[in-house]
Design a protein around this ligand. Structure first.
Ligand code: NAP
Length: 314
Protein backbone atom coordinates (compact mmCIF):
# COMPACT_ATOMS: atom_id res chain seq x y z
CA UNK A 1 0.00 0.00 0.00
CA UNK A 2 1.75 3.23 -1.10
CA UNK A 3 1.84 6.16 1.33
CA UNK A 4 -0.59 9.00 0.72
CA UNK A 5 0.32 11.87 -1.58
CA UNK A 6 0.75 15.14 0.31
CA UNK A 7 -0.82 18.28 -1.12
CA UNK A 8 1.21 21.24 0.12
CA UNK A 9 0.17 24.79 -0.74
CA UNK A 10 -0.49 28.23 0.66
CA UNK A 11 -3.96 28.27 -0.91
CA UNK A 12 -7.10 28.91 1.10
CA UNK A 13 -8.80 25.77 2.42
CA UNK A 14 -11.57 26.23 -0.17
CA UNK A 15 -9.21 26.57 -3.15
CA UNK A 16 -7.14 23.64 -1.94
CA UNK A 17 -10.32 21.53 -1.70
CA UNK A 18 -11.23 22.27 -5.33
CA UNK A 19 -7.72 21.32 -6.47
CA UNK A 20 -7.74 18.10 -4.44
CA UNK A 21 -11.08 17.21 -6.00
CA UNK A 22 -9.65 17.66 -9.52
CA UNK A 23 -6.53 15.65 -8.63
CA UNK A 24 -8.55 12.85 -7.03
CA UNK A 25 -10.77 12.68 -10.12
CA UNK A 26 -7.65 12.30 -12.28
CA UNK A 27 -6.08 9.61 -10.06
CA UNK A 28 -8.86 7.96 -8.02
CA UNK A 29 -6.53 5.14 -6.92
CA UNK A 30 -4.35 7.60 -4.97
CA UNK A 31 -4.99 8.96 -1.48
CA UNK A 32 -4.31 12.72 -1.58
CA UNK A 33 -4.19 14.56 1.74
CA UNK A 34 -3.53 18.18 2.59
CA UNK A 35 -0.44 18.78 4.70
CA UNK A 36 -2.69 19.72 7.63
CA UNK A 37 -4.53 16.37 7.34
CA UNK A 38 -1.38 14.24 7.64
CA UNK A 39 -0.68 12.47 10.93
CA UNK A 40 2.87 12.59 12.32
CA UNK A 41 3.56 9.05 11.09
CA UNK A 42 2.16 9.88 7.64
CA UNK A 43 4.46 12.92 7.49
CA UNK A 44 7.39 10.57 8.02
CA UNK A 45 6.14 8.09 5.41
CA UNK A 46 5.11 10.43 2.59
CA UNK A 47 7.50 10.07 -0.36
CA UNK A 48 5.83 12.37 -2.90
CA UNK A 49 4.03 15.72 -2.76
CA UNK A 50 2.04 17.88 -5.15
CA UNK A 51 2.86 21.50 -4.41
CA UNK A 52 1.64 25.01 -5.22
CA UNK A 53 3.78 27.71 -3.60
CA UNK A 54 4.29 25.54 -0.50
CA UNK A 55 5.58 26.86 2.79
CA UNK A 56 9.22 25.65 2.85
CA UNK A 57 8.73 24.65 6.51
CA UNK A 58 5.99 22.21 5.45
CA UNK A 59 8.28 20.65 2.83
CA UNK A 60 11.03 20.35 5.47
CA UNK A 61 8.54 18.51 7.71
CA UNK A 62 8.26 15.73 5.09
CA UNK A 63 11.72 14.13 5.34
CA UNK A 64 10.97 11.15 3.07
CA UNK A 65 10.11 13.12 -0.08
CA UNK A 66 11.80 11.63 -3.14
CA UNK A 67 10.35 14.25 -5.51
CA UNK A 68 7.71 16.96 -5.74
CA UNK A 69 5.45 18.00 -8.61
CA UNK A 70 4.55 21.68 -8.95
CA UNK A 71 1.12 22.60 -10.25
CA UNK A 72 2.60 25.69 -11.88
CA UNK A 73 4.82 26.03 -14.96
CA UNK A 74 6.95 28.77 -13.39
CA UNK A 75 9.02 27.48 -10.48
CA UNK A 76 11.06 30.62 -9.71
CA UNK A 77 9.64 31.03 -6.22
CA UNK A 78 9.94 27.33 -5.41
CA UNK A 79 13.60 27.23 -6.48
CA UNK A 80 14.36 30.38 -4.47
CA UNK A 81 12.53 29.29 -1.33
CA UNK A 82 13.52 25.61 -1.22
CA UNK A 83 17.10 26.10 -2.41
CA UNK A 84 19.67 23.32 -2.50
CA UNK A 85 17.87 21.14 0.05
CA UNK A 86 14.89 20.69 -2.26
CA UNK A 87 13.94 17.20 -3.43
CA UNK A 88 13.88 16.88 -7.25
CA UNK A 89 11.21 19.22 -8.63
CA UNK A 90 9.03 18.45 -11.64
CA UNK A 91 7.21 21.48 -13.00
CA UNK A 92 4.00 21.58 -15.00
CA UNK A 93 4.51 21.13 -18.72
CA UNK A 94 1.05 21.29 -20.18
CA UNK A 95 0.29 21.67 -23.90
CA UNK A 96 -2.98 23.37 -22.95
CA UNK A 97 -1.05 25.99 -20.95
CA UNK A 98 1.25 26.52 -23.94
CA UNK A 99 -1.80 26.97 -26.18
CA UNK A 100 -3.34 29.51 -23.80
CA UNK A 101 -0.07 31.45 -23.56
CA UNK A 102 0.41 31.40 -27.33
CA UNK A 103 -3.15 32.73 -27.69
CA UNK A 104 -2.32 35.56 -25.22
CA UNK A 105 0.87 36.42 -27.08
CA UNK A 106 -1.03 36.60 -30.37
CA UNK A 107 -3.91 38.60 -28.81
CA UNK A 108 -1.67 41.27 -27.28
CA UNK A 109 0.57 41.34 -30.34
CA UNK A 110 -2.55 42.21 -32.38
CA UNK A 111 -3.49 44.79 -29.72
CA UNK A 112 -0.16 46.53 -30.34
CA UNK A 113 0.02 45.93 -34.10
CA UNK A 114 -3.50 47.39 -34.54
CA UNK A 115 -2.58 50.49 -32.46
CA UNK A 116 -5.18 49.85 -29.76
CA UNK A 117 -3.39 51.90 -27.05
CA UNK A 118 -3.31 54.94 -29.36
CA UNK A 119 -6.98 54.51 -30.42
CA UNK A 120 -7.92 54.26 -26.74
CA UNK A 121 -6.15 57.57 -26.06
CA UNK A 122 -7.82 59.15 -29.09
CA UNK A 123 -11.21 58.00 -27.89
CA UNK A 124 -10.64 59.77 -24.59
CA UNK A 125 -10.04 62.97 -26.58
CA UNK A 126 -12.99 62.25 -28.95
CA UNK A 127 -10.40 62.34 -31.72
CA UNK A 128 -11.41 60.63 -35.02
CA UNK A 129 -8.06 59.82 -36.61
CA UNK A 130 -6.91 56.93 -38.75
CA UNK A 131 -3.47 55.58 -37.88
CA UNK A 132 -1.18 53.67 -40.23
CA UNK A 133 -1.93 49.97 -40.65
CA UNK A 134 1.14 47.79 -40.23
CA UNK A 135 1.03 44.48 -42.08
CA UNK A 136 2.20 41.50 -39.95
CA UNK A 137 4.71 40.67 -42.68
CA UNK A 138 6.37 44.06 -42.12
CA UNK A 139 6.82 43.44 -38.40
CA UNK A 140 9.27 41.34 -36.41
CA UNK A 141 8.23 39.87 -33.11
CA UNK A 142 11.15 38.92 -30.87
CA UNK A 143 10.74 36.21 -28.27
CA UNK A 144 12.99 36.11 -25.22
CA UNK A 145 12.79 32.39 -24.38
CA UNK A 146 12.00 29.51 -26.72
CA UNK A 147 10.85 26.92 -24.19
CA UNK A 148 7.47 25.24 -23.86
CA UNK A 149 5.66 28.60 -23.97
CA UNK A 150 7.96 30.56 -26.28
CA UNK A 151 7.97 27.82 -28.94
CA UNK A 152 4.16 27.60 -28.96
CA UNK A 153 3.97 31.41 -29.25
CA UNK A 154 6.52 31.42 -32.08
CA UNK A 155 4.46 28.91 -34.06
CA UNK A 156 1.22 30.86 -33.55
CA UNK A 157 2.84 34.18 -34.56
CA UNK A 158 4.42 32.61 -37.65
CA UNK A 159 1.04 31.20 -38.71
CA UNK A 160 -0.40 34.73 -38.34
CA UNK A 161 2.17 36.05 -40.83
CA UNK A 162 4.56 37.87 -38.49
CA UNK A 163 8.33 37.59 -38.84
CA UNK A 164 9.51 35.82 -35.72
CA UNK A 165 12.92 35.66 -34.08
CA UNK A 166 13.68 34.02 -30.73
CA UNK A 167 16.47 33.84 -28.21
CA UNK A 168 17.39 30.94 -25.92
CA UNK A 169 20.36 29.58 -24.01
CA UNK A 170 20.86 26.55 -26.22
CA UNK A 171 20.71 26.24 -29.99
CA UNK A 172 17.19 25.74 -31.42
CA UNK A 173 15.67 24.91 -34.78
CA UNK A 174 12.04 25.96 -35.27
CA UNK A 175 10.57 26.07 -38.77
CA UNK A 176 10.18 29.64 -40.01
CA UNK A 177 11.76 31.18 -36.91
CA UNK A 178 15.16 32.86 -36.73
CA UNK A 179 16.81 31.43 -33.62
CA UNK A 180 19.53 33.29 -31.75
CA UNK A 181 21.63 32.75 -28.65
CA UNK A 182 24.36 34.35 -26.59
CA UNK A 183 25.06 38.03 -25.99
CA UNK A 184 25.40 38.79 -29.73
CA UNK A 185 22.14 36.98 -30.41
CA UNK A 186 20.40 39.03 -27.74
CA UNK A 187 21.63 42.28 -29.24
CA UNK A 188 20.51 41.19 -32.72
CA UNK A 189 17.07 40.27 -31.35
CA UNK A 190 16.66 43.58 -29.52
CA UNK A 191 17.73 45.56 -32.58
CA UNK A 192 15.27 43.90 -34.94
CA UNK A 193 12.14 43.51 -32.78
CA UNK A 194 9.12 45.75 -33.29
CA UNK A 195 7.50 43.93 -30.39
CA UNK A 196 9.57 42.06 -27.82
CA UNK A 197 7.83 39.30 -25.84
CA UNK A 198 9.38 38.15 -22.59
CA UNK A 199 9.02 34.42 -21.87
CA UNK A 200 12.25 33.56 -20.04
CA UNK A 201 12.18 32.22 -16.49
CA UNK A 202 13.48 34.46 -13.73
CA UNK A 203 16.96 33.21 -12.75
CA UNK A 204 20.22 34.81 -11.64
CA UNK A 205 21.04 35.19 -15.34
CA UNK A 206 17.76 36.84 -16.37
CA UNK A 207 17.08 39.11 -13.36
CA UNK A 208 17.27 42.67 -14.70
CA UNK A 209 17.94 41.34 -18.23
CA UNK A 210 16.09 44.28 -19.77
CA UNK A 211 17.89 47.21 -18.18
CA UNK A 212 18.61 50.68 -19.56
CA UNK A 213 21.50 49.43 -21.70
CA UNK A 214 19.51 46.63 -23.33
CA UNK A 215 16.36 48.75 -23.78
CA UNK A 216 18.56 51.31 -25.56
CA UNK A 217 19.45 48.63 -28.14
CA UNK A 218 15.80 48.41 -29.19
CA UNK A 219 14.24 50.31 -32.09
CA UNK A 220 12.88 53.73 -31.23
CA UNK A 221 9.15 53.24 -30.58
CA UNK A 222 9.31 49.45 -30.16
CA UNK A 223 6.80 47.77 -27.84
CA UNK A 224 7.17 45.22 -25.08
CA UNK A 225 5.07 42.39 -23.68
CA UNK A 226 6.12 40.84 -20.37
CA UNK A 227 4.39 37.54 -19.65
CA UNK A 228 7.34 36.03 -17.72
CA UNK A 229 8.27 37.58 -14.35
CA UNK A 230 8.39 41.24 -13.32
CA UNK A 231 12.02 41.31 -12.26
CA UNK A 232 13.26 40.39 -15.75
CA UNK A 233 12.71 44.09 -16.58
CA UNK A 234 14.18 46.92 -14.49
CA UNK A 235 10.99 48.91 -13.79
CA UNK A 236 12.65 52.33 -13.44
CA UNK A 237 14.58 51.79 -16.68
CA UNK A 238 11.34 50.94 -18.47
CA UNK A 239 9.70 54.12 -17.16
CA UNK A 240 12.71 56.10 -18.44
CA UNK A 241 12.40 54.32 -21.82
CA UNK A 242 8.72 55.41 -21.96
CA UNK A 243 9.85 59.00 -21.32
CA UNK A 244 12.51 58.92 -24.04
CA UNK A 245 10.08 57.36 -26.53
CA UNK A 246 12.34 54.31 -26.95
CA UNK A 247 9.45 52.11 -25.80
CA UNK A 248 6.08 53.19 -27.13
CA UNK A 249 3.98 50.81 -25.05
CA UNK A 250 4.37 47.85 -22.69
CA UNK A 251 1.82 45.17 -21.87
CA UNK A 252 2.74 44.04 -18.36
CA UNK A 253 1.14 40.95 -16.85
CA UNK A 254 3.76 40.32 -14.15
CA UNK A 255 5.41 42.54 -11.55
CA UNK A 256 8.07 42.28 -8.87
CA UNK A 257 5.34 42.80 -6.30
CA UNK A 258 1.93 41.25 -6.96
CA UNK A 259 -0.75 42.45 -6.63
CA UNK A 260 0.77 45.60 -8.15
CA UNK A 261 0.69 48.25 -5.37
CA UNK A 262 -1.88 50.99 -6.03
CA UNK A 263 0.90 53.60 -5.87
CA UNK A 264 2.80 52.02 -8.80
CA UNK A 265 3.25 54.51 -11.68
CA UNK A 266 2.39 51.70 -14.12
CA UNK A 267 -1.31 51.73 -13.14
CA UNK A 268 -1.92 55.19 -14.56
CA UNK A 269 0.82 55.35 -17.19
CA UNK A 270 -0.61 55.92 -20.69
CA UNK A 271 2.17 53.78 -22.17
CA UNK A 272 1.46 50.77 -19.94
CA UNK A 273 -1.30 48.19 -20.10
CA UNK A 274 -1.51 46.46 -16.73
CA UNK A 275 -2.86 42.91 -16.47
CA UNK A 276 -3.26 40.96 -13.20
CA UNK A 277 -1.06 37.92 -14.06
CA UNK A 278 -3.69 36.37 -16.32
CA UNK A 279 -1.89 35.68 -19.57
CA UNK A 280 -1.88 31.91 -19.05
CA UNK A 281 -4.02 30.67 -16.20
CA UNK A 282 -3.46 27.03 -15.29
CA UNK A 283 -6.38 24.76 -16.21
CA UNK A 284 -7.21 22.64 -13.19
CA UNK A 285 -8.49 19.67 -15.15
CA UNK A 286 -5.70 19.58 -17.66
CA UNK A 287 -3.02 20.17 -15.06
CA UNK A 288 -4.47 17.42 -12.82
CA UNK A 289 -4.42 15.05 -15.81
CA UNK A 290 -0.75 15.80 -16.52
CA UNK A 291 0.26 15.35 -12.87
CA UNK A 292 -1.74 12.08 -12.70
CA UNK A 293 0.03 10.77 -15.81
CA UNK A 294 3.43 11.54 -14.31
CA UNK A 295 2.49 9.91 -11.00
CA UNK A 296 1.20 6.79 -12.79
CA UNK A 297 4.45 6.47 -14.78
CA UNK A 298 6.49 6.89 -11.60
CA UNK A 299 4.49 4.23 -9.75
CA UNK A 300 4.91 1.82 -12.70
CA UNK A 301 8.50 2.45 -13.71
CA UNK A 302 10.07 4.53 -10.93
CA UNK A 303 11.13 7.10 -13.50
CA UNK A 304 10.52 10.85 -13.33
CA UNK A 305 9.92 13.39 -16.08
CA UNK A 306 12.65 16.02 -16.57
CA UNK A 307 13.35 17.78 -13.26
CA UNK A 308 14.27 21.40 -12.60
CA UNK A 309 18.01 22.12 -12.79
CA UNK A 310 18.59 23.88 -9.45
CA UNK A 311 21.92 25.38 -10.56
CA UNK A 312 20.48 26.80 -13.80
CA UNK A 313 17.36 27.87 -11.90
CA UNK A 314 14.70 26.51 -14.29
P1 NAP B 1 10.94 26.68 -20.26
O1 NAP B 1 10.29 25.63 -21.08
O2 NAP B 1 11.87 26.31 -19.18
O3 NAP B 1 11.68 27.67 -21.28
C1 NAP B 1 12.50 28.72 -20.86
C2 NAP B 1 13.20 29.32 -22.07
O4 NAP B 1 14.01 30.41 -21.64
C3 NAP B 1 14.13 28.31 -22.75
O5 NAP B 1 14.10 28.50 -24.14
C4 NAP B 1 15.49 28.69 -22.18
O6 NAP B 1 16.58 28.36 -23.02
C5 NAP B 1 15.35 30.19 -22.09
N1 NAP B 1 16.30 30.75 -21.14
C6 NAP B 1 16.37 30.55 -19.81
N2 NAP B 1 17.44 31.20 -19.28
C7 NAP B 1 18.04 31.82 -20.31
C8 NAP B 1 19.17 32.63 -20.42
N3 NAP B 1 19.92 32.95 -19.37
N4 NAP B 1 19.51 33.08 -21.65
C9 NAP B 1 18.80 32.77 -22.74
N5 NAP B 1 17.68 32.00 -22.70
C10 NAP B 1 17.31 31.53 -21.50
O7 NAP B 1 9.83 27.63 -19.57
P2 NAP B 1 8.34 27.93 -20.08
O8 NAP B 1 7.42 26.82 -19.70
O9 NAP B 1 8.39 28.31 -21.52
O10 NAP B 1 7.96 29.18 -19.17
C11 NAP B 1 8.73 30.38 -19.21
C12 NAP B 1 8.30 31.29 -18.08
O11 NAP B 1 6.99 31.81 -18.32
C13 NAP B 1 8.14 30.63 -16.70
O12 NAP B 1 9.40 30.45 -16.07
C14 NAP B 1 7.29 31.65 -15.98
O13 NAP B 1 8.12 32.67 -15.43
C15 NAP B 1 6.46 32.28 -17.08
N6 NAP B 1 5.03 31.95 -16.99
C16 NAP B 1 4.15 32.99 -16.89
C17 NAP B 1 2.78 32.74 -16.82
C18 NAP B 1 1.80 33.90 -16.74
O14 NAP B 1 0.61 33.66 -16.57
N7 NAP B 1 2.23 35.13 -16.87
C19 NAP B 1 2.30 31.43 -16.86
C20 NAP B 1 3.23 30.38 -16.96
C21 NAP B 1 4.58 30.66 -17.02
P3 NAP B 1 16.90 26.80 -23.34
O15 NAP B 1 15.77 26.33 -24.21
O16 NAP B 1 18.16 26.86 -24.07
O17 NAP B 1 16.95 26.09 -22.02
Amino acid sequence: MPSPIAFVSRMTVETEAVWKQALRAAMPQEEILSFSELSDSQKQAVDFAIVANPDPADIAALPGLTWIHSLWAGVERLVLELGEKAPPIVRLKDPELSRVMAEAVLAWTYYLQRNMPAYRENQEKALWQELDYRHPGEMTIGLLGLGALGTAAAERLTQAGFNVAGWSRSEKAIAGVETLKGEDGLRALLEKSDILVCLVPLTDATRGLLDAGRLAMMKHGAALINFARGAVIVADDLLAAFDSGRISHAVLDVFEQEPLPTASPFWRHPKATVLPHISAPTSRESSARIVAGNVRAWRQTGSLPETVDMIRGY
